[in-house]
Design a protein around this ligand. Structure first.
Ligand SMILES: NCCC[C@H](NC(=O)CCC(=O)O)C(=O)O
Ligand SMILES: NC(=O)OP(=O)(O)O
Length: 331
């Protein structure tokens, strides 16, 4: 693996999931793999889980991790080719990225979309410019359209929760749930959010191909079909939730109509215990951070079906599996 910016960088999802679960069982198993190697974690936007889990993953592999909050502490970067830099940007990525390529062995970057210009965001200019000019492997920590470390984590977590006891009385007889039904549901929010997590989750579940996958959202919240193709899409949330084994809750802003807006914020789309009753006692997932009692109710988040903490804790193993693959391929 050279870069990790989408599911297309992964040759076998199940292999990568298995490697992540091996790290979960034995975190320090490859503690010398990254010896004398350094990763730069560049944040143009806020983060809690991605920042901490990637640092821990790097440390578990013996790597040094340096965090740089570019958005708050760095010079404002320019990404457009041939820009006349008479405005607010101070330094071109063409000049900055090669320097980072000298300081680090791997560069990881969080760069949210502007949600102003769809073509610009969906061209993934920022992360592509880092790949072009840094000369070292680049890992997405959530870019303009995708969040692959989150999605790998989500598949790991679904996989873990798909192993069910066959016969509790007779002891440890375990079986894999047959093709789980996974539902990605839109949820209300107070501000327009990126489509990244929903795009990426759709891309990974479709590529994984081991679930019945349904996406539900209000009218006008269609996602980019390059990510959703393969899923069943419905505006009827109750119908979608029927018999679901996993419900993935996420808000996103509009993609097709007036890009980056909130159209409806119907509170009726929030997951509650009443809606959970329609499912097959589904596990409820969310990438976090979550707006309580807007996107997801307290009763769900504090109840037995929520696996959001397990999900977030798995971020470490996803990051560790990805960094290990990159280290092995680029030493
Ligand atoms: N990294 C996980 C989610 C990040 C981002 N959420 C946010 O910006 C939430 C902001 C707020 O709730 O105000 C998103 O949806 O893509
Ligand atoms: N889920 C996630 O990426 O969280 P952070 O934004 O806190 O990194």
């Amino acid at each position: 693996m050279r870069n990790f910016i989408s599911v297309h960088d992964v040759s076998n999802i199940n292999d990568l999931v298995a490697k992540a679960l091996v790290y979960k069982a034995d975190p320090l198993k490859d503690k010398s793999l990254g010896k004398h190697k350094r990763i730069g974690l560049l944040f143009l936007n806020p983060s809690m889980r991605t920042r901490l889990s990637t640092q821990i993953a790097a440390q578990n592999l013996g790597m040094e991790a340096i965090v740089f909050n570019v958005g708050q502490e760095g010079w404002a970067l320019e990404f457009e080719e041939e820009a006349i830099m008479s405005g607010s940007t101070v330094e071109h990525v063409k000049d900055a990225a090669p320097i980072m390529g000298k300081y680090f062995d791997i560069l990881a970057i969080r760069t949210f979309p502007s949600l102003k210009n769809r073509d610009d965001d969906y061209s993934e200019l920022f992360i592509k410019q880092f790949i072009k000019y840094a000369g070292i492997p680049v890992v997405s920590l959530e870019s303009a359209t995708l969040h692959p470390l989150q999605s790998l984590t989500d598949i790991i977590t679904i996989q873990e929760n798909s192993i069910i006891p066959m016969n509790v009385e007779r002891g440890p007889l375990w079986t894999q749930m047959e093709r789980p039904k996974i539902v990605l549901t839109w949820a209300p929010h107070v501000k327009p959010l990126p489509q990244c997590v929903a795009n990426s989750f759709s891309q990974w579940v479709n590529a994984w191909g081991q679930a019945d996958f349904v996406i539900t959202h209000p009218e006008d919240y269609e996602l980019d079909t390059q990510f959703t193709n393969g899923a069943t899409i419905t505006h009827d949330q109750n119908e979608a939730l029927k018999d679901a084994d996993f419900v993935y809750v996420k808000n996103w802003s509009t993609f097709n109509h007036e890009y980056g807006r909130i159209y409806t914020n119907d509170p009726g789309w929030m997951m509650t215990n009443e809606k959970l009753a329609l499912t097959n006692n589904a596990k409820v997932m969310h990438c976090l951070p979550v707006r309580r009692n807007v996107e997801l109710s307290d009763e769900i988040l504090d109840g037995p079906n929520s696996i959001v903490t397990q999900e977030a804790s798995n971020r470490v193993w996803a990051a560790q599996a990805v960094l290990a693959e990159i280290l092995k391929a680029n030493h």
